[in-house]
Ligand binder design. Structure first.
Ligand SMILES: Nc1ncnc2c1ncn2[C@@H]1O[C@H](COP(=O)(O)OP(=O)(O)OP(=O)(O)O)[C@@H](O)[C@H]1O
Length: 328
């Protein structure tokens, strides 16, 4: 089709209100431009189409209109939908992890381009690491960056006493993936992926795990599947190679803690604060607790009408988080 023909089809589908045809014609136009060697223009068109497809996401804010892409029927008890505006830039990450997540985003954004050459983007990710190290936040950041809905799989809804039902529900989730592009997040994934011999109900859980492996293998949808676990040692070995990437999360070292503290307290007056000392003191705490200590210190300062966050206030907040972590 020539470009003029594309424009005629675009206008006709616009008049008819046929958004699917409108967008697929725009994609054809992008492919046409790519073949002409106009890569940048082609990418701009693809990005616009991607943005148009997730239009509801951009208008959904807390208290705003109810999102259109809400799971319906039985899926509603299996998936909870959110439209995060978290960005990767909101996260403080070790360079290696940052690079690997940026690669996922790049491959997702350029997926049509990759597919033109018979290549598939990375889209099945397994995140492993301790509680509070940023796995859930990563799923939200991927969704926020790609302007996709984040569908968190509700384990309570999925795993029933009757394992036969669990496999059927799992199928519903994978069918949902094929129908609606999004980031599908399986938290506490070890509940499904535990080693086949670890459980008493061996026969049943094996069926569930086998179903998951089979669905994951067959899944050709265009969204992301993100599974997270604090217990990688419990996972069946067969799982690891079914994912395109296994990303490891670790507790932050002192340098990363300092970056977390500085980022969270960036808008406050912190002159004279001994960051190095605070970071040393917080070593051993997960990212979530470091951020919480920074927020607690900030709150105590605001509410006591003090002007500056001092080393003492931050140190007290860190000590409190450490006590709370030890107690739990
Ligand atoms: N890398 C990070 N950069 C900035 N903030 C972070 C980071 N990691 C965690 N946080 C903070 O900690 C909170 C909790 O982290 P998150 O829920 O992502 O951890 P998790 O690894 O999923 O934990 P769990 O395994 O318990 O579900 C986040 O909402 C955020 O405030």
């Amino acid at each position: 089709m020539t470009t003029a023909r594309h424009i005629v089809t675009l206008l006709k589908s616009h008049i008819a209100g046929d958004e699917d045809r409108f967008l697929s014609t725009a994609m054809q136009l992008a492919a046409h431009e790519a073949r002409q060697g106009h890569g940048k223009l082609a990418q701009e068109l693809r990005d616009l189409v991607d943005a148009a497809k997730v239009k509801p996401a951009s208008i959904i804010r807390p208290g705003g209109p109810i999102p259109l892409a809400q799971p319906k029927g039985e899926l509603a008890s299996l998936l909870s939908a959110q439209y995060p505006d978290t960005r990767l830039g909101d996260m403080i990450l070790p360079p290696d992890l940052q690079t690997r997540l940026e690669r996922v985003l790049l491959e997702q954004r350029q997926q049509d381009h990759l597919r033109d050459y018979g290549l598939k983007p990375r889209r099945k990710l397994l995140l492993v690491g301790p509680p509070g190290s940023g796995k859930t936040m990563t799923a939200a950041a991927l969704a926020g960056e790609l302007k996709l809905p984040l569908f968190s799989v509700v384990l309570d809804g999925l795993i029933t006493k009757f394992m036969g039902e669990t496999a059927a529900k799992l199928r519903l989730v994978f069918d949902g993936m094929a129908a609606t592009r999004g980031v599908y997040f399986f938290d506490e994934f070890d509940a499904i992926g535990a080693r086949r011999s670890e459980r008493q109900d061996v026969g049943e859980i094996r069926r569930v795990l086998n179903s998951f492996l089979q669905f994951l293998e067959q899944d050709e949808s265009h969204g992301l599947v993100v599974a997270a676990t604090n217990h990688p040692e419990l996972l069946d070995q067969a799982l690891f190679r079914r994912f395109d990437d296994v990303l490891e999360y670790t507790l932050p070292d002192a340098a990363l803690i300092e970056r977390l503290l500085r980022a969270r307290l960036g808008r406050f007056d912190t002159r004279g604060l001994n960051w190095g000392e605070a970071a040393e003191q917080a070593t051993g705490l997960p990212q979530a607790e470091v951020v919480r200590a920074a927020e607690d210190a900030a709150k105590s300062i605001i509410l006591s009408n003090a002007k500056r966050i001092t080393s003492k206030a931050l140190s007290e907040a860190i000590a409190e988080r450490r006590r709370a972590t030890l107690a739990s």
